[in-house]
Design a protein around this ligand. Structure first.
Ligand code: TYD
Length: 342
């Protein structure tokens, strides 16, 4: 396999690229990444030592750049991680989400067809299903996205179906739960809160924190993606989740304990997502498990390891914090509600 990993300098993509470099049955691993705010060469520095690894700078919206890398690297498989992924940012700027998650994905599907790739796997999210208080989403559940982010991801997913039905393009979609682990950009709940608590800052819980997320360790997710890439069926969708449903406040309490902070470090703020805040995500995973994949990592143990990773790698996240984009976003999004606690 000669794999193009689009978005491979981001959180999940960087773990997947590393996993591919370690596999004997993968001959070439090319990371194609635009290095937008969430792409980070420091997350893939170690891969430079692998003779099968190459980095290419480029945006998935750029057809010429995508065609250039597919042709010159004789790519056989592509896995798309490139995306704008943060719900809160999508409330501030919808356009960039449509550009990357809808138009960019269109460029990748067309290129898959044009270059006759053996398979393209598009990485999506359980958020396309919307929220369910008591049910569990199957791959057949209707798409009812509730934020500009999840709506843009649903737009990408539906193009997969359109391409497969109309052109028999060999595409597979995976929908993952909420990921956690090392190298996650510190704007999502776990790394944002872990880094703030390590620094002795308060954490902003939206509303009462009763929302439920289904957590999966990033390496379990990447293993599932590879199984779907190898053994999935063209045109099919595979949920990849680990059934670790936890209320946000449960996760926050573990983070407080692990960083030796008390409840005074929690600040409940007015929910900035308002009606668009999904109450609960939950998925069935029978379909991917029938292909032989099973998650193996324990949520509580790995959450502690993740906090320890942030504790032991401050140079990785402090470099991010020092960039204007990060402080601008935190100021713009949390300035009013956190006030002096920012
Ligand atoms: P997040 O990590 O942004 O992922 P997603 O929106 O994709 O689920 O948020 C996870 C949950 O944590 C979600 O219910 C919103 C909540 N949350 C907060 O309460 N405060 C925060 O500062 C952030 C970033 C998230």
């Amino acid at each position: 396999m000669r794999i193009l990993v689009t978005g491979g300098a981001g959180f999940i993509g960087s773990h997947f690229a590393r996993m591919m470099c370690e596999r004997a049955d993968v001959e070439r691993v090319v990371v194609f990444d635009a290095l937008t705010y969430a792409g980070n060469l420091n997350s893939i520095l170690d891969l430079e030592d692998s003779p099968k690894f190459k980095f290419c700078l480029g945006r998935i919206q750029d057809e010429v750049a995508v065609h250039e890398v597919l042709g010159s690297e004789k790519v056989s498989h592509m896995v798309n991680f490139a995306a704008e992924t943060h719900n809160d940012r999508s409330l501030l700027d919808v356009g960039s989400f449509i550009q990357t998650n809808v138009f960019g994905v269109h460029i990748l599907f067309e290129a898959t067809r044009k270059f006759g790739l053996q398979r393209m796997l598009h990485v999506s999210t359980d958020e396309v299903y919307g929220s369910t208080l008591s049910g569990t989403f199957t791959e057949q559940s209707p798409l009812e996205p509730n934020t500009p982010y999840s709506a843009s991801k649903a737009g990408g997913d539906l193009q997969c179906r359109g391409h497969f039905v109309a052109f028999e393009t060999p595409v597979v979609v995976t929908r993952g739960g909420n990921n956690y682990g090392p190298y996650q950009y510190p704007e999502k709940l776990i790394p944002f809160f872990a880094t703030r608590l390590l620094e002795g800052k308060k954490v902003p819980v939206y509303g009462d924190g009763s929302q439920v997320r289904e957590w999966i360790h990033v390496l379990d997710h990447c293993e599932g993606i590879f199984v779907a890439l190898q053994k999935g069926t063209d045109g099919e969708i595979y949920n990849i989740g680990d059934h670790n449903e936890r209320q946000n406040m449960h996760v926050v309490k573990v983070l407080l304990e692990e960083t030796q902070r008390d409840n005074s470090f929690v600040k409940h703020i007015e929910d900035p997502r308002k009606g668009a805040h999904d109450a609960r995500y939950s998925m069935t995973t029978d379909k991917i498990e029938a292909l032989g994949w099973h998650p193996s990592r324990n949520f509580e143990t790995e959450l502690l390891s993740t906090v320890n990773w942030y504790r032991n790698n401050p140079e990785w996240w402090k470099k991010i914090q020092a960039k204007p984009d990060y402080s601008d976003f935190v100021q713009r999004f949390y300035g009013a509600s956190l006030g002096a606690d920012l």
